[in-house]
Write a protein that binds this ligand. Structure first.
Ligand SMILES: [Zn+2]
Length: 336
């Protein structure tokens, strides 16, 4: 045993035993002539020397070390605050903390990227169809006021297209919808579907098409948006968590208030890319069922792409080349 620098008292009797104390980082080691041990410094309390008295280290066991060597106390680690302790804990586990922060960010991203769109699909099934119709009506009123003008197509041309479309829908299972003609003005060649099934076709798009099949192909794509209830889904998606609350309370009255934001939502961002892909897949299936070749949609896309600066139809749509290849490669008919 090294030279004793302290005495041990068990706190019950006055008997003292010579010990040697030493400090190893945050551990207090002690050695007597017969045995040895250690304490975590955080568990002991130091009473510094006052005047002629010795410093005392109180132990969690109730015993104490009476320290005779002043230099030992000078080397005593200063009290560590809980902040320093926490910082040391974080430092020890910095990789864990970074991993947890990354995991947190990944969860937030996943919820925004996949969770909310999936949730929107589920919530839309709970919303009565009448809400779609009211949202569509409101949106059309705004668009008619600020963007569109009455169609300048002759009534004969409108009627012939309407008849062609009616025949199309007689051969496939079209969801409930209403086809309207408008002059697009600044919108140029365009077609869009509103919640509730209103589909608007601009005069400019009709004139851009060389064959009616090209118009049928564009309408089949828009019908995909109607079928997927994409307008309501957009609103629900943009509402995020608030939509969950509405679904729980069943108070869908507020959805129509929020729908007043739909025109600008549609014009600024369009439908999401996922919705566009869904509408494309729907169009191919529908066109093949009606034996209208999907390549007509590719032709129309090529023309719209050339006029892309004038029209917003392609803004949110997936890459035009990719889509054109998809439609060109698709078979003309379901029948072999
Ligand atoms: Zn679309």
């Amino acid at each position: 045993m090294r030279t004793p620098n302290a005495s041990y008292c068990d706190g019950k009797s006055s008997a003292q035993q010579a010990v040697h104390l030493s400090v190893r980082q945050t551990v207090l080691d002690w050695v007597s002539s017969t045995t040895s041990g250690s304490f975590d410094i955080a568990q002991v309390r130091l009473d510094p020397a006052v005047g002629q008295t010795d410093a005392v280290i109180h132990l969690p066991t109730g015993g104490m070390f009476i320290v005779h060597d002043a230099t030992f106390i000078q080397a005593w680690p200063k009290q560590i605050s809980w902040i320093e302790r926490s910082a040391a804990w974080v430092e020890d586990r910095i990789s864990t903390v970074v991993a947890l922060a990354c995991l947190g960010l990944a969860i937030v991203y996943a919820v925004a990227r996949w969770g909310i769109p999936l949730m929107a699909i589920a919530i839309v099934t709970l919303i009565p169809l009448g809400i779609d119709a009211r949202m569509g009506e409101q949106t059309l009123v705004v668009m008619d006021r600020v963007l569109l003008a009455p169609s300048q197509l002759s009534l004969t041309r409108q009627q012939s297209l309407m008849n062609r479309w009616t025949r199309y829908c007689a051969s496939v299972d079209c969801p409930a919808h209403q086809l309207l003609f408008r002059h697009g003005q600044k919108m140029g060649p365009n077609a869009f579907a509103l919640p509730g099934g209103v589909m608007v076709l601009t005069d400019e798009l009709v004139k851009l098409a060389q064959q009616d099949e090209e118009i049928m192909a564009v309408l089949a794509h828009e019908l995909g948006h109607v079928h997927g209830r994409h307008g309501v889904r957009m609103v629900v998606q943009s509402m995020g968590a608030a939509a969950v609350l509405l679904a729980v309370t069943g108070d869908f009255g507020n959805v129509t208030d929020l729908a007043s934001a739909l025109p600008s939502l549609l014009l600024q961002t369009g439908y999401s890319r996922n919705m566009e892909r869904e509408a494309d897949a729907y169009a191919i299936d529908s066109l093949q069922a009606a034996c209208v070749e999907p390549r007509h949609l590719a032709t129309m896309l090529g023309k719209l792409d050339a006029k892309a600066s004038d029209t917003g139809w392609l803004d949110s749509h997936p890459g035009t080349q990719e889509r054109m290849q998809l439609f060109t490669a698709a078979r003309g008919c379901h029948q072999p």
